[in-house]
Design a protein around this ligand. Structure first.
Ligand SMILES: Cc1ncc(COP(=O)(O)O)c(C=O)c1O
Length: 391
């Protein structure tokens, strides 16, 4: 091999963990027997029932509407809220584009804000500050990398301000609860903690909104009449079969991930030159393992790649750097357009390998290689600690 040439990648950043053909078979046989393939069939209903039992109970039930992606779940909810055309929607710039596209496609306009330095999320307090200088008709916080949004705080915000809240919890299945007032959208994309290939769900305790979301997911039909211009966002029975097979695997899958996580996280937390995202509960696992580095993420990623360790710079560039969103207004913590934490994360955050089935040897190799890369870089740059966040 030439000097400087990369080794073939040995440790991937992410490996989806979905049921195999054998695990799917009982559910596929049920489809064969029922011969119903879509239109809210029995498997979709069973899956929605399972989800609703996680987030609600008999006294405070939760409505769950499945959808064929997390993006569709977001867009259905935004459309069902029927906000005034061209109204602004407060959301972080540090997120996946679907948070903003679901707003633009429903005739609303993103208003980008910064995120908090430890959780990397838009908080209720930040939204209250933004109200001093900007008007907005909806807030869309993001449960960044699976870190749950402050549900009690967002419920209180809705009660206090009357402004609806839709949490983009695409990656936070298993961590994010559903509020009394705040609505929550989840993704079941193959790379998410509960992956089924493509899929999503909207969870809400607002029964009237749930009905509108359901109707919009089915072309806008309410009984036999179209009441609003909806689209087809229904989950098929085949996707629900994968979901139910995945449901059965969850306890084992979670136990394995938890067993691996504590040692990995402990080792990373004492690695000099990085800080970790905070805000997870004691039993909660991140969907993606993203760290904040004292050095430019680009350089660290290149050095890790040389050692066969794959990384990903999630949410980089942040949304206000994308041409399509460049004209959207920004509302920074100082009341101007600067988003300092977002800018910092854009340059310094890096996603490390973290997936079900990762071995302890792989975890140890990531930590040791990363530490060596950081030590060398810090020494060269005369730096001792992360420049800003979470030190
Ligand atoms: C924050 C966020 N929102 C929305 C989505 C879109 O979800 P889906 O891929 O299921 O449409 C993603 C996907 O990665 C995401 O990370």
């Amino acid at each position: 091999m030439h000097e400087g040439a990369s080794l073939p990648l040995r440790i991937p950043v992410l490996v989806p963990d979905l049921p195999d053909a054998q695990e799917l078979m009982p559910w596929l046989s049920r489809i064969d027997a029922a011969r119903q393939y879509t239109n809210f069939g029995p498997l979709v209903q069973e899956f929605e029932g399972s989800l609703s039992s996680v987030w609600g109970n008999a006294t405070e039930p939760v409505n769950v509407i499945s959808a064929n992606s997390g993006t569709a779940a977001l867009e259905l909810c935004v459309a069902a809220l029927a906000l005034p055309p061209c109204a602004s929607v407060l959301m972080p710039s540090f997120t996946f584009p679907a948070t903003a596209t679901s707003v633009c496609r429903t005739g609303l306009i993103p208003l980008f804000t910064d995120v908090a330095p430890y959780t990397w999320q838009l908080t209720p307090e930040m939204a209250r500050n933004a109200m001093r200088t900007h008007e907005f008709a909806l807030v869309m916080p993001v449960a960044t990398f699976g870190c749950p949004a402050d549900m009690a705080g967002w419920d209180a915000f809705v009660v206090e301000t009357g402004i609806p809240v839709l949490i983009d919890a695409a990656a936070a299945f298993g961590n994010q609860t559903v509020g009394l007032y705040a609505h929550v959208a989840f993704s079941f994309h193959a790379t998410k903690p509960f992956g089924i290939g493509e899929g999503g769900a909207l969870a809400t305790r607002d029964w009237a909104l749930a009905r509108r979301v359901r109707n919009l997911s089915n072309f806008g039909f309410d009984a036999s009449l179209v009441c609003a211009p909806g689209f087809n966002a229904k989950l098929s029975e085949y996707a629900a079969a994968v979901a139910l097979a995945q449901w059965a695997r969850q306890p084992t899958q979670q136990a394995n991930r938890r067993a691996l996580w504590s040692a990995y996280a402990d080792a990373l937390s004492i690695t000099a030159g990085l800080t970790m995202q905070r805000g997870f509960g004691p039993d909660q696992l991140p969907a993606a393992l993203v760290v904040n580095l004292a050095l430019p993420a680009q350089d660290v990623a290149a050095a890790l790649a040389q050692s066969g360790i794959q990384t990903r710079r999630w949410y980089c560039p942040p949304l206000h750097y994308h041409d399509v969103f460049a004209a959207c207004a920004r509302c920074g913590p100082e009341g101007d357009t600067r988003l300092p934490v977002t800018e910092h994360l854009a340059e310094h955050s890096l996603g490390l390998p973290w997936f079900a089935g990762m071995s302890q040897t792989q975890c140890a190799a990531v930590v040791a290689t990363l530490q060596a890369v950081l030590d060398t870089g810090l020494l060269k740059n005369g730096k001792t600690a992360p420049a800003m966040l979470g030190a």
